[in-house]
Design a protein around this ligand. Structure first.
Ligand code: XIL
Length: 375
């Protein structure tokens, strides 16, 4: 008896440092998210996995990862018909080693394409076969490994009109002027390559109710009616201005869920004005940022239709914001550059804990939505 007790004690003692700690922090987002049946994720760069604090923080805090760039066209098809999966595979291996899910990003986008593609002067017929080959090859390679794909990224403008892109009408794949037909085609090919992967449309500035989110809603409704295989909508949630935080996000998630699709918050960050050295100009902004993170985490955690909450990176050491804003903004993530949790981190953790207490039956509700959305 004594021996058994001592063994248990040793087992607990050994298990503690492995689960739920990050950079000396004794709790974890993934533990709390699990109690909600929720995925909590971060965009990652496999080139950083060799940095111990980077890898530890990802493994301990998140139960989902998404390659920030490693599964985009320039990475996966750097030359026509020549595929390269090394970087994406590293993300999958890391996820498998740490019992995490992988979100794939992305299969079709009007920007960030390799020069061979944008400058190739292809005909619509050629583009159609290039697009088909890319989607089928990439999705097949990751079949059973990537559980959800952003099939099409950022196809609508702020007024809810389709953007003019290579895939739509410049020159397009033969469906120019036919609205969302080229998107439907992309979803069908992705589904053909992996019938079990969840297929998402992903966009920014469509978090709340507005012209863009109306257009996305209408597309999802139409796709569902016509059995075009769509399972979810990704709301990027890049919040670049503390004074322009989207409202009616809960209502937008609810109306999408009512159509029978899931919502993922896919790329959240909350940019703060920073000085030349990258430090926030106003200390109080850190608590404003925390409040915003907490509110968004709460509304996702409390709605069964919101099945994943993800940030675009996790440490301010590596974030796209300073580059994108030419040094004017930064500090948008949950961990500072030394991997220390920020007030925003604590706000998300608290939001998850409170939601779990308030909604003890949310796990089966989420599971039901997940099952239903992929029927
Ligand atoms: C960004 C990456 O973070 C950068 O490293 C890269 O240089 C450009 O793309 N919306 C998206 C993401 O869907 O793919 C973008 O990621 C950020 C905006």
């Amino acid at each position: 008896m004594r021996f058994i007790i001592r063994l248990n004690f040793v087992a607990i003692f050994i298990a503690l440092p492995i689960v739920g700690q990050s950079a000396g922090f004794a709790q974890s987002l993934r533990q709390e998210a699990q109690k909600l049946g929720l995925q909590v994720g971060a965009a990652v760069d496999p080139a950083r996995f060799s940095e111990p604090l980077y890898a530890e923080t990802v493994a301990n805090q998140f139960n989902m990862v998404e390659p920030e760039n490693a599964m985009k066209w320039p990475a996966t098809e750097p030359a026509r018909g020549q595929f390269s999966f090394a970087a994406g595979d590293q993300v999958v291996e890391f996820a498998e080693a740490h019992q995490m899910k992988v979100r794939g990003h992305n299969l079709l986008w009007g920007i960030s394409n390799p020069a061979w593609l944008t400058e190739g002067h292809f005909t619509p017929d050629q583009l159609r076969s290039i697009m088909k080959n890319h989607i089928i090859t990439v999705v097949s390679h990751y079949r059973g490994k990537v559980f959800a794909w952003d099939v099409v990224n950022e196809a609508f403008d702020r007024d809810g009109r389709l953007k003019h892109t290579l895939w739509y009408d410049r020159p397009g794949i033969g469906l120019a002027g036919r609205g969302t037909a080229y998107l439907a085609q992309a979803f069908r090919w992705a589904h053909q390559a992996d019938p079990n992967a969840l297929l998402f449309y992903n966009d920014y500035a469509a978090e709340g109710l507005n012209a863009k989110s109306d257009a996305i809603y209408a597309m999802v409704k139409d796709f569902k009616r016509r059995h075009v295989p769509i399972d979810g909508v990704g709301l990027q949630m890049h919040l670049m201005d503390l004074n322009q935080i989207p409202t009616s996000v809960a209502a937008n998630i609810a109306r999408l869920a009512a159509l029978g699709v899931q919502v993922h918050i896919t790329e959240m960050d909350v940019a703060l004005p920073v000085d030349a050295s990258g430090k926030p100009l106003h200390r109080a902004d850190l608590s404003r940022q925390a409040k915003i993170y907490g509110e968004m985490a709460t509304l996702c955690a409390e709605q069964p239709g919101c099945t994943a909450f993800q940030t675009w990176g996790f440490t301010d050491k590596y974030s796209w914001i300073p580059h994108y804003t030419r040094g004017k903004k930064g500090d948008g993530l949950l961990f500072d550059s030394n991997y220390h949790p920020k007030p925003a981190y604590r706000a998300v953790l608290k939001a998850f804990k409170q939601a779990a207490k308030k909604h003890p039956t949310i796990i089966p509700q989420r599971l039901q939505i997940e099952r239903h959305s992929s029927l």
